[in-house]
Design a protein. Structure first.
Length: 432
C-alpha cells in the first residue's frame, strides 16, 4: 500500500474511534441510569490531554519508534474500551476504565501527526489532504452508528454499548495496522529535556504581553461553555426527539471542512481579532438557538446550531493556533502551541466539564430526564457566559499579525504539543 494511502487510513481510523464513543457515551450512560454522571467522560478526556504532552516529550520522543508506541497504545486502549461496558454497574470503575482508555488514546493524536510529517516531503501541501481523512472518519463513525448499527440492532444504537465496542474493535484494528506503517525512529533520542520546557514555561516568558495574556485567558474561558456542547448536545438531541443522534452531530464536522476553506479569504479581511471574535460569537448564537428551540423542539434551530460548528471551531481555535504560530519564534513554537493545548483542551475543558455537569445536575434534581422548558434555561447559561467572554475580549484584546502570510489553513488543523522536539511539534489536536 502506498505511503499516502496508509497514512490516510491511519488518520481515518484515528478519528473514527474517537468520534464513535465521544458523541454517544452520554446517551448510553443516561440509558443505564447514570444521567447525573455523564460529565465524567468529558472530564477524564482533558485530564489525558494534559498528561499527553509530558508522555510524548519525556518518553515517546526519546526511546521508541513512533509507530510502535502508536500501535501498543491503541491495542491497550482497545482492551480498556472493550472492558468498559461490563463495568457500567460500578460507575467509578467504569469512569476509571474510560480514563485508562483516554490516557492511551490522547498521546496517539500527536504520534499520528509525527508519523505523517516524517513521511511527507511537502508537508504544507500533502498533510492537509492526509488529515482531512480524520474528519471523514469522525463523520463516518456517526453515520455508521445511526444508519447501520441502529437498523441492525432494531434499537437506538447510541443508547447501547455498541459504539464503545466499535471504538474498542477499531482501536485494536488500528493498533495492528500501525505496525505496517513506515518506521519513524525517536527523533529526540539523546536530547536534553525539562518539565518546564514541555509545560511551555519558556514560551510563556517570551510571549508575555497584555494581548497574549488576554488571548490566553479568553481561550481558557471560552472552553468552559464549550464543554457543555460536547457533553450535553447528544442528550438534548435525544430529549427533542432526534433518532439519529450520532449522524446529526456529524453535520458539525461537515461544516468544519466547508468553513475551513473560507478561512484564508476572511482572515485577510478581518485579521486575528475579528476572526477570534466571530468564533466566540458563533458559540453565543449556537447556544441561543438551542435555548430558543428547546420548548417546541424546533428542528431547524437545533440543526442550525450544529451546522455552525465550523465557525465555532475553525474561526476561534484554528485562528488561535495561527496567532500563536505568528507570535512565536522557531525556538519556542512547539512549546507555545503546547501551552495553548494545555490551557484550552486541558484546563479549560476540565473546568468546563465539571461546571457543566454541576449545572445540569442542579436542573436534573434526581429526575431521569430534563424537561424541554428546563433545557431552555440550561442553554442560556453557556450562551450568556460566552457573550461575556466575547465582550471582554473585544474591549481588551489589541494585537496584530501579518495577514498576508496567512494563505492556507489545514482542514481540521492540529495544535502542537508542548515538547520542543520535532516529533511532537504537532501533538494533541483540537476536538473536531
Amino acid at each position: 500500500m502506498a505511503i499516502r494511502a496508509r497514512l490516510s487510513t491511519m488518520m481515518f481510523l484515528e478519528f473514527f474511534v474517537w468520534g464513535a464513543w465521544y458523541t454517544t457515551v452520554a446517551v448510553y450512560m443516561a440509558a443505564e441510569g447514570l444521567g447525573d454522571l455523564t460529565h465524567w467522560p468529558y472530564t477524564v478526556n482533558p485530564v489525558a490531554a494534559i498528561v499527553a504532552p509530558f508522555f510524548l516529550g519525556l518518553v515517546a520522543d526519546r526511546y521508541f519508534a513512533a509507530q510502535n508506541v502508536f500501535g501498543v497504545l491503541h491495542l491497550l486502549g482497545g482492551v480498556f474500551m472493550l472492558a468498559a461496558p461490563s463495568l457500567i454497574g460500578n460507575p467509578t470503575i467504569f469512569i476509571l476504565a474510560l480514563l485508562a482508555y483516554n490516557l492511551c488514546y490522547m498521546p496517539t493524536l500527536g504520534l499520528s501527526n509525527t508519523i505523517a510529517f516524517e513521511q511527507l516531503e511537502d508537508q504544507e501541501k500533502e498533510f492537509p489532504i492526509i488529515r482531512v481523512f480524520g474528519t471523514i472518519g469522525w463523520i463516518i463513525a456517526g453515520l455508521s452508528i445511526s444508519f447501520v448499527l441502529s437498523p441492525v440492532l432494531g434499537v437506538t444504537a447510541e443508547a447501547t454499548a455498541w459504539p464503545l465496542y466499535m471504538t474498542g474493535v477499531g482501536s485494536i484494528i488500528l493498533g495492528l495496522f500501525s505496525f505496517t506503517l513506515p518506521n519513524t525512529p525517536p527523533v529526540a533520542k539523546g536530547q536534553p529535556v525539562s518539565v518546564a520546557s514541555i509545560a511551555g514555561v519558556d514560551a510563556f516568558r517570551q510571549l508575555a504581553s497584555r494581548p497574549f495574556f488576554v488571548f490566553l485567558a479568553a481561550s481558557l474561558l471560552i472552553c468552559i461553555p464549550l464543554a457543555a456542547y460536547y457533553n450535553f448536545t447528544q442528550l438534548f438531541l435525544e430529549a427533542t426527539g432526534f433518532e439519529n443522534i450520532a449522524a446529526t452531530q456529524s453535520l458539525g464536522q461537515v461544516s468544519e471542512v466547508a468553513f475551513m476553506l473560507l478561512m484564508p479569504l476572511l482572515f485577510v479581511r478581518w485579521g486575528v481579532k475579528w476572526m477570534l471574535a466571530a468564533g466566540m460569537f458563533a458559540w453565543v448564537v449556537r447556544y441561543a438557538l438551542f435555548a430558543l428551540a428547546a420548548p417546541e423542539a424546533v428542528t431547524w434551530m437545533i440543526v442550525g446550531g450544529i451546522l455552525i460548528h465550523g465557525i465555532c471551531y475553525d474561526f476561534f481555535f484554528v485562528t488561535g493556533q495561527i496567532y500563536v504560530e505568528k507570535k512565536s519564534t522557531p525556538a519556542v513554537r512547539g512549546q507555545a502551541q503546547g501551552l495553548l493545548v494545555l490551557v484550552t483542551y486541558g484546563v479549560g475543558m476540565l473546568i468546563g466539564a465539571q461546571v457543566a455537569g454541576a449545572v445540569y445536575n442542579s436542573f436534573l434534581a434526581g429526575r431521569g430526564t430534563l424537561p424541554l422548558a428546563e433545557w431552555t434555561q440550561f442553554w442560556w447559561i453557556p450562551a450568556v457566559f460566552a457573550a461575556v467572554v466575547l465582550v471582554l475580549f473585544i474591549f481588551l484584546f489589541n494585537d496584530r499579525v501579518d495577514r498576508s502570510e496567512v494563505t492556507t489553513v489545514e482542514p481540521a488543523a492540529d495544535a502542537p504539543s508542548a515538547s520542543l522536539t520535532p516529533a511532537t511539534e504537532a501533538a494533541v489536536p483540537a476536538i473536531s
